[in-house]
Each structure stands twice: as C-alpha cells, then as structure tokens.
Design a protein around this ligand. Structure first.
Ligand code: PAF
Length: 305
C-alpha cells in the first residue's frame, strides 16, 4: 500500500488503472480505524480493482467545543490496518491540501434531512462539513463506488441526497453496523469510554433491541416504541439525547409504523466522555387479512328494523 498526501499524487496514482478500466472503490474515514471501517475496506476490496482509503480528520464537521483536538489520531496504526485489509492507496492529506488559503465553498443540504437529530444537536455546520468533505473526496478520487457505515444512518442519507442532487455519478454503498460481543456499535469515539462506561454504553443497543421487539410484536405507535427504548436505557442509568422512530430516507418522525415498511429507530446519548449514536432498521410484520364477517353466523351483528 502506498501513502499519498496531495490531490495530484492521488490522481496520478489512479490515472493508469482508470485508463485500463479498473473499478475504483473509495473508503472515506477520519482514521482511528476499527472493525466497522475494516468491514468497509473488505467490502470495497471484494468489489474493486483499486481500493483507496482516505484518512482525514475533517475540522469543518466539528462544532466549536466538540472533540476535534481530542479525536484519536494514529496514522501508522491505521496504515497497517488498511494495508492488512488489502487497501492499495492511503490518501492522508494535510489540512492545507484540503482547505487551502482562500477556500470559500460550502455545500448545504436544506431541510429536515440535515436539520433534525444530529443536525439539530451538532448545528448546521456539521452536515455542511460532511457534505463538502465527501463531495471533495469524490471529486479528488473520482471512484466508481464509495463505502459508508450504516451506524451513521443520517450521514448515509445525507450523502445519498448529495450524490443524487449533484449528479456525482458514484455508487453509494452503505454497509451494516459492526457490533462488539455485547452489542455496542463500534465507533472511534468508544476510545473515550472507561471500563464502567463501556458497560453502561450497551444501553443504546438494549434500547434498539427493545424497540425491535415491540415492533415485531405488533406495536404501531412510534411513541410507545420509543418509551420502551427509553425504559431499557434507564435500566443502565443512561438518558437518551434523542430516541426517535423515523422514516429511513427522510429522517422525518413517523406518526404511525406502517406494516411491511422499513422503519428506522435512532438513538443518541452521552456516556461518560463519549457522545454515542446508534440505530436499527425494523420492518413491521405485514398486516394479516381478517376474514369477512358472515352475517348469518353473527346474529348480534344484524340490523334491526
Ligand atoms: O464518517 C466519517 O468518518 C466522516 O464523516 C467522513 C465521511 C469521512 C467525512 O469526513
């Protein structure tokens, strides 16, 4: 695996394989690679001739007071992991390569997709920073496919919108969340959890499991489903910042859970020093057709004159 630091080096490295018709897969990351990232690299490796992993902690998507400075950084470790999973190129640019003097463009995606949930908590700059960065990476590498994790469900929906609205012509592949043995979703921010917090952090997954069971058992009221999730979290002494039942595409809150349709349950909570997010997609069972009542067999249902 080769490490490149400039856009021109990246483009030069990809020029010959692109001319030869190679399929290029891009895995954008902010480093601190874990099993979730590695599953994206594995998927890209299985589907691409050339796999590019980008490694850049994007200052534009952190609000003031968030963990930009504390965000875990260890390029040598990340490079070894990416190489071990078959990446061909590591693109690890310095900040001035991505945001040179005079940089002045921001991509803003309007509406509930970016203004609710993470957008509401982290501020409008968060998804603007993500969208701008992802658009830049897609222009820099011009991949055939780009790989993202379902753990960041709202980010994945924002990126799909971005790619569709700007005709970026890249396949967006969203891969399943990878979990630890106790169900905790793998995240770079799990590094902030101490031993006691690691035990409490399972509250998010327990809430999602409670929501899944309720929907599977036929609960159709989103608020009742959310209440069961909140109760599961309370058992671990964790209070959700939000726990909502939403439409998987628009992220808008649902008024009712429709049978045989996909529903997304999203949760965020701070545990110790870590702000964690997680989600699950559930499909409510299809409605069972009830046999029509036969009037002759139900005298009490007859109309009297
Ligand atoms: O999910 C991430 O790690 C980041 O938001 C991304 C997609 C690499 C953009 O900076």
């Amino acid at each position: 695996m080769r490490t490149v630091r400039t856009v021109s080096e990246l483009r030069a490295a990809l020029a010959a394989p692109r001319r030869a018709g190679a399929r290029i897969g891009l895995v954008p990351t902010m480093g601190a690679l874990h099993g979730g990232h590695l599953s994206l690299i594995d998927r890209a490796r299985g589907e691409s001739d050339v796999v590019v992993v980008s490694l850049f902690v994007n200052p534009a998507q952190f609000a003031a007071g968030e963990d930009l400075d504390a965000y875990p950084r260890d390029e040598a470790r990340d490079a070894a992991l990416a190489a071990g999973h078959g990446a061909d190129l590591l693109f690890a640019p310095p900040v001035e390569e991505v945001y040179p003097e005079g940089f002045a463009t921001t991509i803003a995606i309007a509406g509930p997709l970016t203004e609710t949930l993470e957008g509401a908590r982290r501020g409008p700059g968060h998804f603007q920073g993500v969208a701008t960065m992802v658009a830049k990476l897609l222009n820099m590498a011009a991949p055939d496919a780009a790989y993202f994790g379902q753990k960041d469900a709202q980010q994945a929906a924002v990126i799909r919108r971005l790619v569709s609205d700007l005709d970026l012509g890249v396949e967006v592949v969203v891969c399943p969340t990878v979990r630890g043995p106790d169900g905790l979703a793998l995240s770079s921010r799990n590094a902030y959890l101490g031993p006691a917090d690691l035990v409490r952090a399972v509250a998010l997954w327990r809430a999602l499991q409670a929501a899944e069971s309720a929907v599977a058992a036929g609960e159709r009221d989103p608020e009742a489903v959310a209440d069961l999730g909140r109760a599961a979290m309370a058992e671990h002494d964790v209070e959700p910042e939000y726990l909502e039942v939403v439409d998987p595409q628009t992220l808008a809150p649902l008024e009712a859970i429709e049978p045989d349709a996909e529903t997304l349950v999203v949760v965020a909570a701070t545990v110790g020093r870590a702000r964690l997010i997680d989600n699950t997609t559930v499909r409510a069972p299809a409605a069972v057709a009830t046999p029509a009542t036969t009037l002759s067999a139900a005298p009490e249902a007859r109309c009297s004159a």
